[in-house]
Design a protein around this ligand. Structure first.
Ligand SMILES: [Zn+2]
Length: 100
């Protein structure tokens, strides 16, 4: 129904339609609280993730300062993750070649 949603809103947005997928997984995250002793330090935490299209996100609470931190990342939909790993290695080797 045209005009029901504001311009640019299709009704399929996450906020309206809900997440594609929800699951729990471990992610490396870093607290972004400047006053926190753990600020910038990467920790692996179990997150309750939600995804929409290729974006995944969750909120987690820093164990050091208690701040709620937003996590956002790309969903890993690639079943050939290992190939990516070797592609990354090859890219890094090429980059190293430039140093000489
Ligand atoms: Zn913190």
């Amino acid at each position: 129904m045209s005009g029901y949603y504001p311009d640019g809103v299709t009704g399929n947005e996450f906020a309206i339609a809900g997440a594609d997928k929800e699951w729990s997984d471990e992610r490396e995250v870093a607290c972004d609280n400047d006053d926190c002793l753990a600020c910038g330090e990467e920790v692996t935490v179990m997150l309750d993730l939600a995804s929409y299209n290729s974006t995944e996100w969750a909120t987690w609470t820093c164990a050091k300062c208690g701040k709620e931190v937003e996590y956002e990342g790309d969903v890993d939909n690639d079943p050939n993750g290992e190939e990516d790993y070797y592609a990354d290695m090859a890219r890094e080797e090429r980059l190293m070649d430039y140093d000489y």
